[in-house]
Design a protein around this ligand. Structure first.
Ligand code: BGC
Length: 748
């Protein structure tokens, strides 16, 4: 399926200067080592252009294609590289530092173990960050990543996962924020802004519609352009507007028949064209497929080139320039975009501090606080939680729950000193361990439980667990589901007989609390017999302390689900899965099978909760759901236009006996000819003392009230009445108000 015609006028990417600052910056004809660029009063575009004009051809090409800077097979770490995802050499004669790129979705990735003794703070998974509904937390944890990066000498971070979670079994869902474009865009954008506030560049990735790992290097995501813009692209657009990431990384997949890394529509028409994106586009590792096509489509850098069949953007690109197939100006544009982004965040003016000092204790606390804001209390029958401190005998069950909390696997994995690393999988020739972060649930529960005796059993032997549970006043059962890059989950069930373990333990002790450590949604066939369930996802460096704090009430839970938990796979838009044995999922591997389509038009832009509403399905737990130890009431919902912008206010009151954080969620829907299923169009997180009330004001992004017109290249709001609902989840009744919409259009 072909979706776009190449416009010959766009064959050279708009230069950063053109895209951002109008006409190209004037560059002295003989820019020299006098380093005119060091004048910080000049714009990043002008400074980049000055450097480019002083660079040799070899220096330019050294920044266009590079191998993974980790040892794999025959490939050694390049000289000067710190040992991470990528390295591009500096240009000392011009004062330009090397690019040291590290994975950083969840902290500075270091599982490949090339920097022995290396410490790093593991953040809660992005899903948990999404569950906080808190841009401030995203910014704060982003800044933590930026500080650690900078202290370690990295200046480009491969962070900012902004894919929508369309496939609940997706192996990398823990690296993504949510199934909703607004929540994803805001959280990912603030995380990026936090990273870049520390003088290092961040990406957003994997642009776009890259929801599954099985066959990720062969899957073709088919989606109408209207739906594409109203869902996955909207998430990226918002993230880019808020975070201004220095780079964008396309995914491994194809989108509407073109590889994402050479997709003219995505990169040229939308990203660099309509969105005026001034940064650079780096391929995913081993995801480049051509030379001329990729260069003209807007790809600026071939990353992980050792995993590709050719160094497409090295000698073949030089040949293409010599043959006149690619303009020399396009080569300058590729380099200038990188320099511009490095200048824009200060990565060139403020090189990494030499002492490498990182306050890991303080950072662990930041990670813990973030987890505390995200962990979701899914069920709490008869107020069984918070656990009473008077209990005599408590039991903790769970594999390695005496040692640590589970982490997701793959390039994003972070291994703080003291982690337990078990055998995991190999991704692109690099062994990726199954890591437990050094934050022991058993110890954390003991620390909170006062005088109670807290026993531990790993749960491998169901009969032994049942016997121990029968003797306890209360049981905390840590269930786990490991996900990793490169593999999807084969279903929604917990692996290794854990469903049977939970059911048996809960029958033996009706005061059983299940703490789920998962990389996404899981089914809960035992839910009726378990009175309390906590979704902790992967909780990071301070995860166990956060979980225990919630279990014993030191922390009032305030997380809300950033994804729908389905009842079973029969409810999914795509119940069938590809067979991992007949398709290739990782780059650099022998290709098995052909490119295959996944027709995302089935759900279109109705991703996650919208699909459930549209299809009249009742999930196990809806998007936005999350209980608290206090209660909130909502009243006085009002909507008004200020100019073209819809402003909504609502009164929120804490009517319970404890302080807590409310997360009012605003959903918009419409019936009739231009009808659409509910969309989250605003949210806020506010701390309230008992009896305290506050008026919350939300500005509704006009795009969420509109439809995308792919022909007219605009967001179009049709005249008519929409319903606004403020509630505590996508499925809760809440309070509503209707509002008339005047017509409105906004360019794409
Ligand atoms: C992943 C990227 C990552 C890159 C470098 C790829 O496999 O998809 O997210 O940044 O590797 O490690």
């Amino acid at each position: 399926m072909k979706v776009s015609q190449v416009d010959p006028r766009q064959l050279v990417s708009p230069s950063p200067a053109e895209a951002v600052a109008g006409p190209a910056a004037t560059v002295p004809r003989h820019a020299s080592s006098a380093r005119e660029w060091s004048d910080t009063t000049l714009s990043p575009e002008t400074r980049a252009a000055l450097v480019v004009s002083a660079m040799t051809e070899d220096e330019k090409f050294a920044w266009l294609s590079g191998p993974m800077a980790l040892p794999t097979g025959e490939t050694k770490i390049p000289e000067g590289a710190l040992g991470s995802a990528a390295y591009y050499p500096g240009i000392p004669r011009l004062g330009i530092p090397a690019q040291q790129q590290s994975d950083a979705s969840l902290g500075i990735s270091n599982t490949a173990n090339v920097r022995p003794g290396d410490n790093a703070t593991a953040l809660p998974s992005s899903l948990l960050l999404g569950a906080s509904f808190d841009p401030e937390t995203a910014r704060e944890t982003g800044a933590l990543v930026g500080r650690e990066a900078s202290a370690k000498g990295f200046n480009v971070q491969l962070a900012g996962g902004a894919n929508l979670i369309r496939e609940p079994r997706g192996g990398r869902n823990f690296e993504y924020v949510s199934e909703d474009p607004l929540l994803t865009g805001i959280i990912a954008g603030h995380a990026v802004a936090g990273i870049q506030s520390q003088g290092v560049v961040s990406t957003v990735k994997h642009f776009a519609v890259n929801p599954q790992e099985t066959g990720r290097v062969l899957s073709n995501s088919v989606l109408s352009l209207n739906a594409l813009h109203e869902s996955d692209l909207l998430a990226f657009q918002i993230a880019i507007e808020i975070g201004a990431p220095g780079a964008v990384m396309p995914g491994y997949n194809l989108v509407n028949g073109e590889w994402a890394s050479e997709n003219v529509y995505l990169i040229q028409t939308v990203l660099k064209g309509e969105w005026h994106y001034p940064g650079w586009v780096m391929s995913d590792w081993g995801a480049t497929h051509s030379t001329v096509k990729a260069a003209l489509a807007g790809l600026d850098v071939q990353s992980g080139a050792n995993l590709d069949p050719q160094r497409f953007l090295a000698q073949p690109l030089r040949d293409a320039v010599a043959a006149g197939q690619v303009l020399r100006a396009r080569i300058d544009d590729m380099v200038a975009r990188q320099l511009r982004s490095l200048f824009a965040v200060g990565a060139i003016d403020r090189p990494a501090p030499p002492d490498g000092h990182i306050d890991y204790m303080a950072h662990r606390l930041i990670a813990q606080r973030a987890a505390e804001r995200g962990i979701v209390l899914l069920k709490n029958e008869h107020g069984i939680l918070p656990a009473a401190r008077g209990a005599r005998r408590l039991l903790v069950i769970g594999r390695h729950a005496d040692v640590g909390v589970l982490a997701g696997g793959g390039s994003s994995a972070v291994s703080p000193v003291g982690s337990l690393s078990l055998e995991g999988v190999e991704v692109m020739g690099v062994p990726m361990a199954r890591v437990y972060h050094p934050s022991s649930p058993l110890h954390a529960i003991r620390a909170e439980a006062g005088a109670a005796k807290v026993d531990f059993i790993d749960g491998g032997d169901i009969a032994a667990a049942v016997r121990a549970a029968a003797d306890a006043d209360m049981v905390f059962l840590f269930a786990e589901e490991w996900r990793t890059e490169g593999e999807d989950r084969p279903g929604l069930d917990l692996p290794d007989d854990q469903d049977a373990l939970i059911a048996a333990v809960a029958r033996a002790n009706p005061r059983t609390v299940v703490i789920l450590q998962s990389g996404g949604a899981v089914a809960m066939p035992w839910l009726d017999v378990v009175p309390a369930v906590l979704a902790a996802f992967y909780a990071g460096s301070g995860g166990a302390e956060a979980i225990a704090g919630i279990l014993f009430g030191r922390v009032n839970p305030s997380g809300h689900l950033p994804i729908t938990f389905p009842r079973d796979i029969g409810q999914l838009p795509h119940p069938e899965q590809q067979d991992p044995r007949t398709t290739t999922s990782n780059p650099g591997m022998t290709i098995k099978g052909d490119v295959f389509d996944i027709d995302y038009n089935v759900e279109g832009s109705d991703v996650g909760y919208r699909w459930y509403v549209r299809e009249g399905l009742t999930p196990l737990f809806p998007f936005g759901h999350g209980l608290s130890y206090t209660r909130f009431t909502y009243s006085d919902l009002q909507a008004d236009y200020q100019g073209d912008t819809l402003m909504v206010t609502v009164m929120v009151r804490n009517t319970g006996a404890r302080a807590g954080a409310a997360v009012p969620q605003l959903y918009v829907s419409r019936t009739g000819p231009h009808g659409f299923a509910p969309r989250l169009c605003g949210f806020e997180r506010i701390d309230l003392q008992p009896d305290e009330f506050r008026k919350v004001e939300m500005r509704v992004d006009p795009r969420l009230l509109a439809r995308f017109d792919a022909v007219g290249r605009a967001w179009v709001r049709d005249v008519g009445i929409v319903d606004l609902r403020c509630s505590e989840s996508a499925a809760a009744e809440g309070i509503s108000v209707s509002v008339e919409m005047p017509p409105f259009t906004q360019p794409a």
